[in-house]
Design a protein. Structure first.
Length: 181
């Protein structure tokens, strides 16, 4: 089961990179319910093994492209973010260490797997993957655009993905740069 979960996660990450046209230095926020992946209700059966498998697969794909992974904690840590320190330059770091039942198994795996992990209260990511209805929207830039991926599940958990784009401003005479969409 863990091998299949890793394969599904890697395929989703690869597809998101292409669909969102992500570039090196950008940030993808991932919220993940290991309970939902395992076929249980969110928050009811946290699985460190599933969390680690997903982190390893996603981190490998994103880091190969120079893209930062931001792991969203569960609501017990107010959906804080775990990220590499180098991606948090200029952002306010907070003091918390996630655990499977207070932060979630995925965020715990990220904290253990990153070279220099730090926690943030919030971030404005360029794209995101929501695994199991974890509500990542608060950590995306203002204009989120849904992406329909060919892989709609990891394990038993539904997947929702999004990219972001700059806001359109101005009135009827405004001209927009289509390359930013």
């Amino acid at each position: 089961m863990l091998k299949e979960i890793k394969n599904q996660a890697a395929a989703i990450a690869t597809e998101l990179i292409d669909a969102a046209q992500l570039r090196s230095g950008q940030i993808v926020v991932v919220g993940c319910s290991s309970s939902e992946v395992g076929g249980h209700q969110i928050g009811s059966d946290s699985s460190p093994e599933i969390g680690r498998a997903l982190f390893e697969a996603l981190h490998a794909v994103f880091s190969e492209k120079g893209i930062y992974l931001a792991a969203q904690c569960c609501e017990h840590l107010n959906r804080a973010i775990i990220i590499e320190a180098e991606a948090a330059t200029g952002l306010e770091i907070v003091n918390v260490v996630p655990k499977p039942k207070a932060g979630g198994s995925f965020a715990t795996a990220a904290y253990k797997g990153f070279h220099h992990p730090v926690a943030l209260e919030e971030i404005k990511a360029d794209a995101g993957i929501d695994i199991g209805n974890t509500l990542i929207g608060m950590h995306l830039k203002k204009v989120a655009v849904p992406i329909r991926l060919t892989h709609g599940r990891i394990g038993e958990a539904p997947i929702t993905a999004a990219r972001t784009r700059p806001k359109y401003i101005g009135g009827s005479r405004a001209v927009y740069d289509d390359s930013l969409n």
